[in-house]
Write a protein that binds this ligand. Structure first.
Ligand code: G6P
Length: 471
C-alpha cells in the first residue's frame, strides 16, 4: 500500500486522537520493497474502525531512530509518527519504560533500576508527544493515551489544552503501594495520570491501587470510584481489554488453517500424542522458564512420556537490547536443550522451540492443535494469548492452564488456575489437564468461550468511550 503524505495544515481538526508508543502499522520487507502492514493485536482492530469513522489520527513511534515527524495515511487511517533519537531509544524506551516502569509494575520480578539520566528523557519524550496531540486535536476533541510509556502526557496535555477530553488506559498492571512507593518520581507520575478524565486499568485492584496512591502522594480527595484533583473529577475504573473474538473464531474455521493444523499434528506424532502449547513474547514476566521446568519434572516423574505428549513453545523476540531479556533467552534455550538432551531420541524431541514472529494463520493453526495451552505469567496486565486460544477452540475442546496472576484470570475463572511460583502445582495441574474428562473439558471451554465472545475488544472500546463521555 503506498504511503500518502498528509498536508500538515489538515492536522488541526481531529476530533479523536489515539496515542500509543507503537503506530498501528509496521514496516516489513517484502522481497526488494519495504511496505507497511497492520500491526497484529486487538488494540488496532478495535480502534481502526472508530478512527476511520471519526477521521481521527493515531500518534506513535515508528520503531526506528529519527529526527523528524512524518504523517501518512494507511488504509484510511492517519498516522502521525513522532521521532525518537538513538539516545532516547536507549533512555526513554529501553531505560525508563522497560527497565524502570516495566519491572516495577510487574511485581518487581526483576530489579527495577532508578536512574535520573533516564527520567529526564522520559519527561522530554512525553512532552513531545503531548505537544503533537495538542497541535492536531480539534477544540473539545477526545484524546485517548495508551500505556506506561506516556504516563505524564495527560497532565501535560491538560495544561496545554484544558478543553480536551482525555482518557488514559494502562495495559500493564498498576502496583500496590509497597512497590510503587519505591519510585523516586511517584508524585510526578501520579499527577501526570491525574490529568485524565478517566484512568482505565485492566483490573479493579489496579484501579484501587491507583486511587489510593493518588490520595496518599498528591493533593487529591474523593474515593476509589471518583477522585477530586485541582477542581476536576477523575474516574479511575477497570476495563478489561479483550480480542476480536469473531476474527479468531472465523479464522479457526477456515480450511487453510485446518489443513495446516492437521499437517502439524501429523508432523508432531499424530492423534495419540497430546500437544501442550505456550505462546509468549520472550519476556521474563511470562514464566516461560518455570513452565519448561514443570514439564521436565512431569517427564521425570514418569506420569507421562514423550510418546504421550510434546511441548511446543513459541517465543516472539522482544526488547532484545535489554540485558534481562537477553539473559532470559539464554536460560530458556539452555533449558530446552537440557530437556531434549535428557528425554529426546533421534527423530523425536520433547520440546519444539520457535523463536520468531509467527503469522496469525500459523498461530491459530497451533491454537487449534493444542490440547493444552499453558499461560503462566508471574504477573500480567491481561494476557490476550489466553483469550485468543479460547476464541480459536470452536469445538469447545482444549484445556487452558492459566496463571492466577494474569488479569485474564479474573474473567476466565473456569480455566485451570495455577500459581506460577509453585512448580509442583504446575506439574500436577499439567498432569490434570492431560487427564481431564472430555465432558469437563467441554463444559469449561464452553463457559470460557461465552465470556470472551461477550466481552470482546469492541465492547471494551465502547465501554471506555462511554465512560469518557460521562466523565
Ligand atoms: C506490552 C505493552 C505494549 C507493548 C507490547 C510490545 O503488551 O503493554 O505497550 O507495545 O508489550 O512491546 P514493545 O516494547 O515491543 O512495544
Amino acid at each position: 500500500m503506498p504511503i500518502e503524505p498528509v498536508d500538515a495544515q489538515s492536522h488541526a481538526r481531529r476530533s479523536l486522537v489515539v496515542m500509543a508508543n507503537r503506530l498501528p502499522v509496521r514496516q516489513v520487507q517484502r522481497g526488494q520493497n519495504l511496505t507497511w502492514e497492520w500491526s497484529p493485536g486487538g488494540l488496532v482492530s478495535a480502534l481502526a474502525p472508530v478512527l476511520t469513522r471519526s477521521e481521527g489520527v493515531w500518534i506513535g513511534w515508528n520503531g526506528r531512530p529519527g529526527r523528524t515527524s512524518t504523517s501518512f495515511q494507511f488504509e484510511g487511517i492517519e498516522n502521525l509518527s513522532v521521532p525518537l533519537r538513538t539516545q532516547e531509544i536507549d533512555d526513554f524506551y529501553n531505560g525508563f519504560s522497560n527497565r524502570t516502569i516495566w519491572p516495577l509494575y510487574h511485581d518487581a520480578v526483576r530489579w527495577p533500576e532508578y536512574h535520573r539520566i533516564w527520567w529526564k528523557p522520559y519527561v522530554e519524550v512525553n512532552r513531545r508527544f503531548a505537544e503533537a496531540a495538542a497541535s492536531v486535536a480539534a477544540p473539545k476533541a477526545t484524546v485517548w493515551v495508551h500505556d506506561y510509556h506516556f504516563q505524564l502526557v495527560p497532565g501535560m496535555l491538560r495544561e496545554m489544552r484544558p478543553d480536551l477530553k482525555i482518557g488514559f488506559f494502562l495495559h500493564i498492571p498498576f502496583p500496590p503501594q509497597e512497590l510503587f512507593s519505591q519510585l523516586p518520581w511517584r508524585r510526578q507520575i501520579l499527577e501526570g495520570l491525574l490529568g485524565s478524565d478517566v484512568v482505565g486499568f485492566q483490573t479493579r485492584t489496579a484501579a484501587q491501587n491507583f486511587a489510593r496512591l493518588a490520595r496518599r502522594y498528591t493533593a487529591t480527595g474523593g474515593n476509589d470510584r471518583e477522585l477530586r484533583h485541582k477542581g476536576r473529577t477523575i474516574v479511575p475504573a477497570s476495563f478489561p481489554i479483550s480480542i476480536d473474538f469473531q476474527h479468531f473464531d472465523s479464522l479457526a474455521r477456515t480450511s487453510a488453517v485446518n489443513a495446516r493444523a492437521q499437517h502439524l499434528r501429523r508432523v508432531l506424532g499424530g492423534e495419540g500424542r497430546r500437544i501442550i502449547l505456550g505462546v509468549d513474547r520472550l519476556d521474563y514476566t511470562k514464566g516461560i522458564d518455570v513452565r519448561l521446568k514443570a514439564f521436565r519434572e512431569l517427564l521425570r516423574s514418569k506420569a507421562v512420556t514423550i510418546e504421550d505428549c510434546v511441548f511446543v513453545q513459541c517465543a516472539v523476540p522482544s526488547r532484545e537490547k535489554v540485558v534481562q531479556y537477553a539473559d532470559l533467552k539464554r536460560r530458556v534455550e539452555q533449558t530446552v536443550g537440557e530437556i531434549n538432551g535428557e528425554f529426546g531420541s533421534v527423530g523425536r524431541v520433547a520440546v519444539h522451540y520457535l523463536h520468531r514472529n509467527l503469522p496469525i494463520e500459523e498461530l491459530v493453526a497451533l491454537y487449534r492443535l493444542a490440547d493444552v495451552m499453558v499461560v503462566t505469567p508471574f504477573r500480567d496486565g491481561m494476557n490476550l494469548i489466553a483469550k485468543e486460544y479460547v476464541a480459536s477452540r470452536t469445538e469447545n475442546t482444549g484445556v487452558l492452564v492459566l496463571s492466577e496472576f494474569a488479569g485474564a484470570a479474573q474473567e476466565l475463572r473456569r480455566a485451570l488456575l495455577v500459581n506460577p511460583h509453585d512448580v509442583d502445582g504446575i506439574v500436577s495441574t499439567l498432569e490434570r489437564s492431560l487427564r481431564l474428562s472430555q465432558e469437563e473439558t467441554r463444559r469449561r471451554m464452553r463457559w470460557l468461550r461465552r465470556v470472551v465472545q461477550k466481552h470482546d475488544v469492541f465492547a471494551w472500546a465502547d465501554s471506555f468511550f462511554e465512560a469518557l463521555k460521562d466523565g
